[in-house]
Design a protein around this ligand. Sequence first.
Ligand SMILES: Nc1nc2c(c(=O)[nH]1)N[C@H]1C(S)=C(S)[C@@H](COP(=O)(O)O)O[C@H]1N2
Ligand SMILES: [Mo]
Length: 247
Amino acid sequence: MKNGKLTLSDLRPRLQRVERRLFLKQSLSLGALTMLSGCTLKDDDSVDRLLFAMSRFNDRMQAALFDPDKLAPTYSEADLTTPFPFNAFYEEKLAPVVDGENYRLTLSGLVENKSPWTLRELRALPQVSQITRQVCVEGWSAIGKWSGVPFRTFLERVGADMTAHYVGFRCADNYSTSVDMPTALHPQTLLALDFPTRETKYGFPVKIRIPTKLGFKNPKHVVEIFVTNDNPGGYWENKGYNWFSGS
Ligand SMILES: Nc1nc2c(c(=O)[nH]1)N[C@H]1C(S)=C(S)[C@@H](COP(=O)(O)O)O[C@H]1N2
Ligand SMILES: [Mo]
């Protein structure tokens, strides 16, 4: 501290902590630290506000750098991780068990045809399979196979406004997340109906599998999809995880 103002060296440990929290290791650089040293940051609040603003700025930078044609690596059956790890914001035994017969996938927001979809109708759309790696911020990654409808095909089918900025997801366990439209339209983004195992806890009946995003941006047990121009945030995003969290 100098004259009641925080200095660069005061901030460094805190930034390192926040960086870990926001997963900005590569992008919150020394340059950004130097930039901070010119600011008057008197209290924790202003530091947090600035860091949050930087994370938002970072989202825009990352979105601009996102190459919609760059593919995530794919793997072979021999690479599959077994048993496949489970993760959620609750214990495994609390995972929701959705009734497939009565299930309806609902649509809202900037979508022309808002008729809900049954599982049978979703299965009747063109299906593809892919083997990709899911990366969780909690320090594990695993290779799994997901099959289902290319999400772009689904968005075209329902007449989603593809010029809108965001697609949001609500889940049976009250989880939520959202992605930018280019990510939603990415060729590997899948409305998955089959999961690494048949156990329902991996997302039955619908998981949006996005191999260009961290695990937490891959919603399981999805019950509602909406298209919007206002960033919907999400369960972890609202707790400070970097919104873009992808490659
Ligand atoms: N509905 C819902 N989806 C979710 C989560 C959750 O808690 N609820 N957790 C996310 C996180 S942090 C990860 S890493 C993956 C884990 O998916 P898995 O159980 O198939 O490995 O699901 C994501 N999708
Ligand atoms: Mo995760």
